[in-house]
Ligand binder design. Structure first.
Ligand SMILES: [Zn+2]
Ligand SMILES: [Zn+2]
Length: 246
């Protein structure tokens, strides 16, 4: 009953605030904070658990890119590992916030324990409930260690002749959502200089930065055709370094 009430409340919250991470909600991982990812004080190793709906597996190149991105910024002396497993289709035409919370609850196996930190990524076979004809979400970070990628949308908008490759679009959206898990922008990792795009929540004001708001939706697709995966700008990197990262 209590859980149901929280879920309903959070659903309303997520409608109001879109993709932004809700600090008050720690779905299933205790009190993990961005600093736990960035520094090696508490956690020396990270396991990234990927559960993908059958047929919606990320490419091997994407997985390598994610590990590379995280290794560059996180102090994890015992390494960063990825586990992958397929899950059956939830048979939904779109996913709500409470849907992804429920699916994580159903399928997640790894939780932070000892000096091992864990993160969970769902790759899903439909879009987000807040999608419009013009703008569709590619992913959301909805908990302190939890990400959902709308892989059906990602694959609809990548891999074609006039589109970015699967690898480029997948890597961009997963890295962007990890940026939120790492507390960017001004959401658990404090800003050293002001670079928050106040009109777009916890995003960076630099339109070339990975944490620019448009990186999260299909609005960005046209800009990625050249093949470059956007990286963090200096302001975002400085914030991460200041909160235990590298
Ligand atoms: Zn975002
Ligand atoms: Zn930035």
């Amino acid at each position: 009953m209590n859980y149901l009430r929280i879920t309903i409340l959070l659903t309303i919250f997520s409608f109001a605030f879109g993709c932004k991470k809700d600090d008050s909600f720690k779905p299933s991982s205790g009190y993990i904070e961005p600093v736990d990812f960035l520094s090696d004080k508490k956690y020396k190793m990270l396991i990234v658990e990927i559960n993908y709906v059958q047929g919606y597996m990320p490419t091997k190149e994407t997985v390598d890119n994610i590990v590379n991105f995280l290794s560059t910024r996180l102090n994890k002396p015992k390494g960063i590992k990825v586990t992958m497993k397929s899950i059956p289709s939830p048979r939904k035409s779109s996913f709500s916030y409470s849907d992804v919370v429920y699916l994580e609850k159903m399928h997640r196996k790894h939780f932070p324990l000892g000096d091992i930190l864990t993160a969970h990524i769902l790759f899903l076979d439909a879009g987000y409930i807040q999608d419009t004809d013009n703008t569709k979400y590619l992913g959301i970070a909805y908990g302190t260690t939890s990400i959902a990628i709308f892989q059906k949308t990602v694959s609809d908008y990548s891999g074609g002749i006039t589109q970015p490759t699967n690898e480029v679009l997948e890597t961009t959206i997963v890295n962007h959502e990890f940026g939120h898990v790492l507390g960017l922008v001004n959401n658990g990792t404090s800003m050293q200089t002001n670079h928050q795009d106040n009109d777009h929540g916890h995003h960076c004001d630099n339109d070339e930065c990975l944490m620019y708001y448009a990186m999260e939706t299909t609005d960005i697709v046209g800009n990625l055709v050249g093949g470059n995966i956007p990286g963090l700008d200096q302001n975002c990197i400085t914030d991460l370094k200041n909160n235990g990262g590298k």
